[in-house]
Design a protein around this ligand. Structure first.
Ligand SMILES: Cc1cc2nc3c(=O)[nH]c(=O)nc-3n(C[C@H](O)[C@H](O)[C@H](O)COP(=O)(O)OP(=O)(O)OC[C@H]3O[C@@H](n4cnc5c(N)ncnc54)[C@H](O)[C@@H]3O)c2cc1C
Length: 386
């Protein structure tokens, strides 16, 4: 999609605008974002001014009025230079902002959405807890109703952007099941933990947050009380696809680096690409990169039409994240000893790619989703779903 001229003109313009921004503002600092584990908050806010943060939000609420295809383009282009900034972007724009807009009341849309679109505020999605990750519905955070107000207690962990965020789209157990709330960092009873030091995605700040009887009135409920499970599940498929494109960006960078090096570098009077064992690597890297893109484009189309289509969304992110890790590892191998050195830039790609099999749901859970959706569909229709 991103590399072909068949993209409609508006998306071509968007891609070129993002690419220009990324090459001027992000590429020069991408190594130092990783090395210093430093979130470039000013650049993030500039992304708001460029209209990237609120890309899926209608213009009347401060957004750019585009769709998930546009969000996928932005995510991939940023990830090509900085996977960690792309992760913070996806957490803010898709997991938090897009979800908040789709499910929030008019009051939430007017009060909070424009601030998140402009970059004045940074946002997070708070789902994972110390005791509940893959089994998200085993969460312990609760919001108890007392005298017409909700009192939220509990904690969330491993939350992208948490050390900086102003607004958290957060889930808690309530009467009627689960509910989603907009929690602000300025709320009484809200505290943050320290930023985690991670192996990869350095520069995308990750941390814990704690709720000590935070008082929330009805205006902070996202959707209806008891509708939290549907909101949670309804947002997961677009998240999976946006993440798939993030890892396509990482894979593309790794393949570009490997191709360049195999063309430049000679051993035994031959270019690296002339050795059969290197040819095999390049062939598999290319095929996995292309199949990731094709599967993700297909999933994007299907999920735009059927938001609950977890078969195609989980398939896309499973393949794209496994492929990115594979391609990054092979890129290091093609670079030889230099690939193991930080200056080469390729070892970072592998460290970043590993997150793809963990964040936003693990590979194991994706396999379960794919298999169970496949069997269900096959039992119903008697044919393999296309
Ligand atoms: C950098 C980073 C950013 C993140 N950002 C966010 C965020 O913004 N918001 C948020 O809410 N969360 C976020 N997360 C959390 C992430 O979604 C969880 O780490 C992930 O869902 C896995 O949960 P867990 O870590 O508790 O692992 P666990 O669920 O404890 O899993 C441990 C292992 O057991 C396997 N396993 C668990 N259950 C099953 C099963 N039923 N069948 C087979 N295998 C199973 C898992 O696949 C895994 O291999 C982030 C994580 C990281 C590392």
């Amino acid at each position: 999609m991103m590399e072909q001229s068949r993209l409609p003109e508006t998306y071509e313009i968007l891609k070129n605008t993002v690419r220009d921004f990324v090459s001027k503002k992000i590429a020069p600092i991408s190594a130092s974002i990783d090395e210093n584990d430093e979130f470039p908050v000013e650049i993030f806010r500039e992304m708001g001014k460029m209209g990237f943060l609120g890309i899926t939000i209608p213009e009347e609420f401060g957004g750019s009025g585009m769709d998930y295809l546009a969000q996928a383009i932005i995510t991939e282009e940023i990830a090509y230079e900085s996977a960690s900034l792309a992760l913070s972007y996806a957490a803010h724009s898709n997991l938090c902002l897009d979800n908040l807009y789709r499910n929030g009341s008019q009051e939430i849309r007017e009060k909070f959405v424009p601030k998140l679109c402009s970059g004045q505020w940074i946002g997070s999605l708070g789902m994972t807890e110390p005791g509940s990750g893959s089994d998200a519905l085993a969460m312990k955070s609760t919001a108890v109703m007392e005298n017409g107000k909700y009192y939220l207690s509990g904690s969330k962990t491993l939350i992208t952007n948490a050390p900086y965020s102003d607004l958290f789209l957060t889930y808690a157990k309530t009467e009627g099941g689960y509910s989603a709330f907009a929690v602000l960092s300025t709320d009484d009873g809200f505290t943050r933990g320290n930023k985690f030091s991670k192996m990869g995605m350095r520069g995308s700040p990750t941390g814990s947050i704690f709720f000590d009887r935070i008082e929330l009135d009805d205006s902070r409920v996202i959707g209806k009380i008891g509708a939290g499970k549907d909101i949670l599940l309804g947002g997961l498929n677009s998240e999976r696809i946006i993440l798939a494109f993030l890892f396509i960006g990482v894979a593309k960078k790794a393949l570009d680096s490997a191709l360049n090096y195999s063309i430049e570098r000679k051993q035994s009077n031959r270019h690296l690409y002339e050795f059969q064992l290197i040819e095999e690597k390049l062939a598999y890297m290319y095929v996995r990169y292309r199949t990731s893109r094709l599967l993700s484009e297909d999933a994007l189309r299907k999920v735009e039409a059927e938001p609950m289509d977890s078969l195609s969304a989980a398939s896309a992110v499973l393949h794209a994240s496994e492929s990115a890790e594979y391609i990054a590892r092979e890129a290091i191998q093609i670079h030889g000893g230099y690939g193991y050195v930080k200056d080469s830039g390729v070892e970072r790609l592998l460290r970043d790619a590993i997150l793809g099999q963990i964040g936003g749901g693990t590979t194991e859970i994706r396999k379960h989703l794919i298999s169970s959706a496949l069997v269900k569909s096959y039992k119903r229709d008697g044919v393999i779903p296309e």
